[in-house]
Design a protein around this ligand. Sequence first.
Ligand code: SF4
Ligand code: SF4
Length: 478
Amino acid sequence: MSEGIGNEGIILSNTPDHLSRYNALGSNGNYRDDFFSDQDFYLFRTKLGIGLVLVDGTRVHLIDEALASQLECASTQGRREDLRDIFVSLGFYLEPLVDDCLVGVPPPRAFSLAVAQKCNLGCTYCYASGGDFGSVAKKMAYEVAVRSVDRLMDGVCPGERVNLAFLGGEPLVNRSVLIAATEYAAEQAIRRGIKIGFSITTNGTLITPDDGAFFERHKFAVTVSLDGVGSDHDLLRPFKSGRGSFDHIVARLQPLLEMQRGMQVSARVTVTPRNLNLRSTLDHLVSMGFHSVGFSPMVSSPTGRDQMAVSDFATLLDQMIACGTEFEHRITNGQHYPFSNIVSALSEIHRGTHRPYSCGAGGAYFGVSAEGGISACHRFVESETGQMGHIDTGVDVAKQSKWLADRHVHHQTPCNQCWARYMCGGGCHHEVIHRGRVGCDYIRGWLHYALETYVRLIATHPEYFGPRGGLFNAAPVV
Ligand code: SF4
Ligand code: SF4
């Protein structure tokens, strides 16, 4: 290690630009002077010590202030070799887990079928423009659904797993094809020795007890879109007539929620500037008996209506942290509180995530339109961007390769310099293509909070993370 590395105690400030962006979020000032970021590591202050995240592999260590100062100093002065020496001396340096090489293109292992490109709701922000994707409303024919299942299972070896999802529009508008396609896929999976999972995203307005029994029989993961409680939901997700849908949905959901054993019924809340009261929404939806409840900001709507303004992300972050704080309180008191955003963030941190993409779109996951067109995901159905072939001819490998090369987080700016890149993956492709990266400070603020929570929980309740839980401390460098 080179001499002359400052050792005056950690500063944990950052470049003015980065800091000012965090301060802009800081209605509560929580992020002031609390972190230091470098393209290869991230420092964050906790009551237990300084958290160090090695970006590649999201490896978390607790270190002391002296080592943190050395790292900050070397980074600020651009001494990359010294940084590498420090990490090697600590035994932290590993070969990169994420590189630029594509190891071939993955074959499809998950399809979402747009069985109904039509919908009975008129949600204000709908990515499918009211269900029909800006085109003529249509339903998928049974033959198209069967050919899609055959295409999905083509070349899958016994013991491997595939997933079949139903999205829309509202998929239950085409219930008969949904049921027939599920039964066909389940039979084929048994015949070929393939494992299969089913999922549906529904607006909940058409669900019947028979649907519940069917979903239970096939162990569906059911996601119901609910944007809040009562009038909050009704403002954003009315029937096409303008009438509110919340009470109608809740009445239909109750039998389903009581029935869930093999199936899992989750709530997904799309967050807009008009339903930012996440904390009370979460409490209410958890008390209804959902398997999990998660929030997703509306970053890009086709008309711009009800999408988040940059200034809304500060409130979103405060509310997400309030939800996370309640989660931690409940967990440390031995209670269940299925706030899926923090559950999945903690799980990703614990397993040392290092993903070069935000999701599987165009990788092993594809959307299939009512007419059999294959696109990068359900949101790219009927869009010129992200088209990837047809179920009759399969995925166009040249288009898929180009998509994966272009969308790799190393080839996205400013992601390739961002400390959060292997946790974030560069953001939803659809949102980035249509609106750019407007929520990065929110993403980093949320990940910062998740890292703090991880350090606290693993120190006090390692059992939450299972038998492999445990945060190891680095010996201070002298
Ligand atoms: S989308 Fe934003 S937060 Fe995510 S990796 Fe890119 S720059 Fe970082
Ligand atoms: S591109 Fe966006 S909408 Fe499509 S699967 Fe990925 S995260 Fe979801």
